[in-house]
Design a protein around this ligand. Structure first.
Ligand code: BGC
Length: 450
């Protein structure tokens, strides 16, 4: 008979990847990238490699006052960004507004009216309602762009499903909502993905920052690609001979490419999600699902009498109760001090948890979060190897990367094993909003508006 440790190990083993497996994942993603970039194969590619219209990074001569919007997670932010010539950073003030689930899943008109309403409140508060500013819109969902200020939503991801937005130009929806109110005006210049904003924001401090990464509620990456490699590019082909590609890597695996690596828990998460069969790689990585994965593993372990003396609680049996931030809190706990874990387990009605249970819970958290860091690292390494540079910086944002105590370290070690490039991970504070303002500023500079 297998011992308790052996049984626990059997459950966690599928989460643990050795070097060969990581190389294999890297290779599979590389293939998908090529498929996405080529005209003929793009329609069947899961990783869409969406060409953005961002082709230049800030050169330090941009300046002025800009508005930025950041929509993509459970909070919506409005920012006022002041850029000064030559500065390594920008000055900003911002407010955050929670988006009620009823708005995320209601109608598109309601969602954009809500956005315009938050903007009006913010402009009122900072006393700039009368000033017409150029605006950058960070919209963190897959979009087909036809210009810097034209982006139609391909599909919603994360918890969003607002009706009547898929297939529509989100800039037009925003402009219409602002017009409907009529109490302020802006000039919407650019729409960018959060990965692009993050890359641009870090680009101010490090000109080698040519990759943007988000590991938060969702996960995705973008990078600067040579135009010659982007067959799907429909814009003009003059200088600069490059364009930022929003990979939308969250969709990797939708054709079954990761099926051999998915655990029963991954399948269960997908079964109960609002976008079944979609965003498979994202569901193995990002914050929207990480806590839930841990909960499902713990539930199975309880069934097999490996934790909590085989006794669950109503909370442990309820979807979404194990928050992703618990994973970071549990793993952060200094060795020997089990209190935070015990407190979390108590709050979930597991008053009967023992010290040994706390150890097991920690081991589960570690397995799930380490797998996420490994998967992200394989993805970044695929990009880095494709770029073939000696040195590159990656601008990173997102709650999982930011708050997990070991994520960065794990990524640094793993990328080091998978590439021959000097890769620097840079945390981007407020990157996605700031970056939208920077893209706008660059566009205004190129158009001679600032
Ligand atoms: C979206 C991406 C976004 C990522 C991180 C994904 O669900 O499809 O556009 O960059 O989340 O926010």
């Amino acid at each position: 008979m297998a011992s308790k440790e052996e049984k626990i190990d059997l459950i966690l083993r599928p989460f643990r990847y050795d070097n060969d497996t990581l190389q294999d994942i890297l290779g599979r993603l590389h293939k998908e990238m090529e498929k996405g970039l080529k005209k003929e194969t793009n329609p069947d590619a899961t990783v869409k490699m969406l060409a953005t219209y961002v082709r230049a990074v800030p050169d330090g001569t941009e300046s002025g006052d800009f508005l930025a919007l950041d929509l993509g997670g459970s909070n919506f932010r409005v920012l006022h960004v002041h850029i000064e010539k030559g500065a390594k950073d920008v000055r900003l003030q911002s407010d955050s507004y929670a988006i009620p689930e009823s708005i995320m899943t209601g109608s598109g008109e309601q969602l954009f009216d809500y956005i315009a309403d938050c903007m009006a409140k913010f402009l009122e508060k900072i006393g700039m309602k009368e000033k017409k500013m150029a605006l950058g819109f960070t919209f963190s969902f897959p979009c087909k762009q036809r210009g810097l200020d034209c982006a139609s939503l391909i599909k919603w991801t994360k918890g969003f499903s607002a009706a009547g937005v898929e297939g529509e130009d989100v800039v037009r929806l925003l402009r219409d909502a602002i017009k409907r109110r009529g109490d302020f005006d802006t000039d919407v210049v650019a729409v960018v993905n959060d990965t692009v904003g993050t890359m641009m924001a870090c680009g101010l401090a490090d000109h080698d920052c040519l990759i943007g990464l988000i590991v938060g509620t969702g996960s995705n990456a973008c990078y600067m690609e040579k135009l010659d490699n982007v067959e799907i590019w429909e814009g003009e082909r003059g200088e600069p001979n490059q364009v930022v590609v929003n990979m939308e890597w969250g969709a990797f695996g939708e054709d079954g490419a990761l099926d051999d690596l998915r655990t029963p828990y991954d399948r269960e998460i997908d079964e109960h999600s609002i976008n079944r069969g979609q965003q498979i790689y994202e569901k193995m990585i990002s914050g929207m699902y990480m806590g839930e994965l841990v909960r499902l593993v713990l539930l199975e372990m309880t069934k097999q009498m490996l934790v909590f003396g085989g006794r669950t609680s109503t909370d442990l049996e309820t979807r979404g109760t194990f928050q992703t931030k618990y994973v970071s809190e549990i793993e952060e706990e200094p060795i020997g001090d089990k209190n935070p874990t015990m407190k979390i387990l108590h709050s979930l009605g597991l008053k009967h948890a023992t010290e040994t249970d706390c150890e097991t819970v920690k081991e589960v958290c570690r397995a799930v979060s380490t797998r996420a860091a490994h998967l992200v690292s394989a993805g970044i390494s695929a990009i880095v190897n494709k770029m073939g540079r000696e040195r590159v910086a990656v601008g990173v944002d997102g709650s999982v990367y930011k708050y997990h105590p070991h994520f960065k370290e794990l990524m640094t070690q793993t990328i080091d094993k998978l590439t021959h490039c000097d890769v620097k991970l840079m945390l981007s504070e407020d990157g996605s909003g700031k970056g939208a303002a920077l893209v706008t500023a660059v566009a205004c500079r190129l158009a001679g508006k600032s």
